[in-house]
Design a protein around this ligand. Structure first.
Ligand code: PEP
Length: 247
């Protein structure tokens, strides 16, 4: 089975209303028929972003969502709201959410349920820290982060899942995993998926994230088990991001 390449831009807490028009206005002219391109702006910019992207074929997603469906949760944004403003994807379990906001695998699973129940797709981020890699624990950490999703999500859920391998030591550091290091971890992730079901391993896209740039994207994306990228910093530079999308 041929997996369609996906390049996703995670803007994090960056940009402005003016940047939404400028960046997405230019990006909307990108013709990427053989791959999916996704942008994930901060919550307040989802509505103007959807307007900029209308008719472009470029997909839109959010960077997080609430673990609850609705109600007295001041400051939270529900998966239903994200669906309502035309998001198609939600990034969950990003290492910044795990390390800065204490998100556990259990919480990420609860959020995944919310997102999937709204008919949206999940990008589940997994990845080890530098300390964990130096201790040779990268497979046990990543395997652990995948375990609940593999055990608790149903077959229909897995049809809506994307996994992003993001070694924490490569996020925003300018240090990228070598293509061989990344491929080895992607092969490991695919083996975990295969242990659940061969079709899940064959069909689920596994993205690489961690200082993806225009000059390293092509080599990373050409690895057999890498199906595109989750791009942070470089997604805010339209020239860089366009080059990564076309890599
Ligand atoms: C990210 O935050 O998901 C990421 C990969 O960031 P960067 O590309 O800046 O390393």
């Amino acid at each position: 089975m041929v997996r369609r390449l996906l390049v996703a831009g995670n803007w994090k807490m960056n940009a402005s209303r003016a940047m939404v028009s400028e960046l997405l206005g230019q990006l909307a002219t990108l013709s990427a028929t053989d791959r999916d391109v996704l942008v994930c702006p901060p919550f307040p910019y989802l509505v103007p972003a959807a307007a900029e992207l209308a008719g472009s074929g470029i997909l839109m997603g959010a960077q997080n969502c609430a673990a609850e469906a609705f109600g007295a949760f001041t400051g939270e944004v529900s998966a239903a709201m994200l669906a309502d403003v035309n998001c198609q994807y939600v990034i969950l379990g990003h290492s910044e959410r795990r390390s800065l906001y204490g998100e556990t695998d259990e919480l990420v699973l609860t959020k995944m349920r919310q997102v999937l129940d709204q008919g949206l797709k999940v990008i589940l981020c997994v990845g080890e820290s530098l300390q964990e890699r130096q201790a040779g624990q990268e497979e046990s950490v990543v395997g652990g982060q995948l375990a609940l999703a593999l055990a608790k999500l149903g077959d229909d859920d897995w049809k809506q899942m994307v996994v992003a391998y993001e070694p924490v030591w490569a996020i925003g550091t300018g240090e990228t995993a070598t293509p061989a290091q990344a491929q080895a971890m992607h092969a490991f992730i695919r083996a975990q998926l295969a242990a659940r079901a061969e079709w899940i391993a064959a069909e689920t896209r596994v993205l690489y994230g961690g200082s993806v740039k225009a000059d390293n994207a092509a080599e990373l994306f050409s690895q057999p088990d890498i199906d595109g990228g989750l791009v942070g910093g470089a997604s805010l530079d339209v020239g860089q991001f366009t080059a990564i999308c076309m890599a």
